[in-house]
Design a protein around this ligand. Sequence first.
Ligand SMILES: [Zn+2]
Ligand SMILES: [Zn+2]
Length: 306
Amino acid sequence: MSGSPPSDRTVGSALQSLERRAGAILRARPAYKEPVEFYLTVFRRQIERAAEVCVRPEPVEPEQARQSLREGVPLIERYDPGLDVESLRSLWTEMKGLFRRGNDVLRSVVQRLDEAEHGGRFDAGLWLLEQRPWRPESVAQVAAGLGIGHEALAALAWATTYPHWQRIARSWLPGDRLGEWQRGRCPACAGPVKLAELHGDPPGEGGVTGGARMYLHCAFCGARWTVPPMQCPHCSSRRAGDAKYYFTTAEPELRIDFCGSCRRYLKTVDGDRIEGPVHAYLEWLASAHLDTLAEEKDLVPLECKA
Ligand SMILES: [Zn+2]
Ligand SMILES: [Zn+2]
């Protein structure tokens, strides 16, 4: 049923496939041990709490969704996500507990936040209610005001809001019925693309993958939608030779897809080589070395605005 809480069985199998994939990643890329092990505590909690978070998204009929997408309008621009401040507050408190146990930096960030909240200088619930993927400056402002690290605060906010937005996106866009949407931002929340997932024919000479299916992932709400594999999600170029990629035989399930015309890139995982559903944030986190490689090649992440 669309937008309904996941069942115990779904939770169990999601946890299992997360553990399996994280184990495989750590065997292949042990350098990611610290961040992956910390984030696993966050991902597990998100999966366990997914059934309990409270959201009341405005109902969107399938035809309304299709209409909005045909017009190129993400649903968040037309419909109320129905976030619940108490639910956000409750998960925020839990997530702070995990971050407090993370490392010294995270501990001191949580301590600052606690002081600001107890002193009435910061209302996390109201702030989280207003979080949107196109307002990253809201994180930067609070971080600067409280004298804490921007990245840690962004991670904590994401840890809390994600299960809420995931339920909203699933209610608005059940399944993969998103043929009308071929853009480089999320059809549900208008967030940036974090990762691509490829299925089908293995790449041939020059990267042409005729029968392949390509999905894009939003990490803000967890939505996944299909796009044509040979079209740039940034500049829409379909010119022969513009769709390019880098990969190494040492990491057959990972590659960088980029556009020869606008130089935007996306990290892509081979969905056929991964068991279970792709966890976009885990894959993104454990592939930071590809971002370094892309930077050396003068490529720009797809999610950058300018
Ligand atoms: Zn989204
Ligand atoms: Zn392009």
